[in-house]
Design a protein around this ligand. Sequence first.
Ligand SMILES: C[S@@+](CC[C@H](N)C(=O)[O-])C[C@H]1O[C@@H](n2cnc3c(N)ncnc32)[C@H](O)[C@@H]1O
Length: 452
Amino acid sequence: MNPKRNQVVEVRIEGLGSNGRGLARAEGLTFSVADALPGDRVQARVGRVREGIVEARMTAMLEPGLRRIPAVCAHFGTCGGCLWQEVSYEDQVHLKAGMVRDALGRLGIEFPFEDATAAAEPFFYRNKMEFSFGQQGGEVVLGLHVRGKFDQVFDLQRCHLQSEASNRIVDAVRAFARSAGLRVYDLMSHRGLLRFVTVREGKGTGEMMVNLVTSEDPFPEREAMAQAVLKAAPEVVTFVHTINRRKAQVATGEETTVLHGEGFIRERLEEFTFRISPASFFQTNPRQAERLYDLVAEYADLLPGERALDLYCGTGAIAMFLARRTGSVLGVESSGEAVRDALRNCAENRVEGCRFVAGDAALILKQLRKQGERFDVAAVDPPRAGMHSSALQGLIELAPPRIVYVSCNPEALATDVSRLTAAGYRAERARLVDLFPQTAHCEVVVKLVKRG
Ligand SMILES: C[S@@+](CC[C@H](N)C(=O)[O-])C[C@H]1O[C@@H](n2cnc3c(N)ncnc32)[C@H](O)[C@@H]1O
């Protein structure tokens, strides 16, 4: 079979790719079908062929494999955020567990998965949302990206992922921008002002931060905009303004000015309080992050006096959870700002025994080995792409008896775990912790133990 563009094919979906698209095999070809789920028999229109995989869009559902339910959100289907609102939350968790098992299975890795840790709150769970400005018929719109379109934004009425206060903030910013006649930054001409509004929220403290990202220097209306937002959402304890003069369409910038409050919010995870600055990384689902970090500590199984490494430690949350059991944790992180936050988080929470070094994981691992440092456990939580090959080699040479690997990307996890198993580790326990309900994103924790 040699499918042509726009040809309509009939396939049965067998699995899911890591992007959440349904995968089907027919006539020796692999089809990747948007919106289709395992068990579905669908008609789909062929698009382009990428890396040997035929991309297709579903045109008709012939026989659903999973029961569909009405989506909660009016923007479902348009919005690039939630993919799975039409299946029950229970089914979503099963789908994710299957995705992880498939990704590992493709590399011949099999181990018993424990029951997934599902989220208690499948909606309104996020503590951070990034809203984009756009323009429609000459009018300012503020919302989220249209699915698959990096350059198209739809006007958001209500999002079900953050809290209701966040919807009020979006409404207030949009109304102000319209009434003040502010211009939206244009991706093509690189002219205009408004780029993003990021809303962050401490779910455990109720504190909210608004970060307005623009392309230009202070504009005359910015104080009035901040006041309008504070009036609409008294939960906002700090309003900051970030300027991004670069062409890259990102919600970070060169300068951040605090217009109201302290310039950060606080979040609580169990007994710990964390400071969150506009640019710092923090898990987006704090209630599930508590369960994730507890699981990492359980898998690490530290005895008093044992030494732990927290590789890719960010602002130190895993190190702090591990320090409950041992007085010796070394955190390694490339961002100097995150390391400063980690030190402050430990100090403010009176956590003792954590040290942090700023630097590239591969380089630090090499130095640690040269210095003859030994660790009983390494907790590893790399960025989405997984560990760099040289960092993985460094970890293998450092040879900690136990490794707890946290991953948000099943494919990268499978690649790294297969190298670790080839180097003498055995995968002993694994569990999915669902941090991202309504989406196809997975978070997995694996415990590996050195053989012999
Ligand atoms: C998924 S986050 C984990 C953060 C932390 N464990 C947490 O739960 O908050 C990955 C972290 O790795 C850091 N990072 C990225 N590349 C790195 C590298 N080459 N060496 C060390 N850290 C790196 C990022 O700055 C980020 O803080």
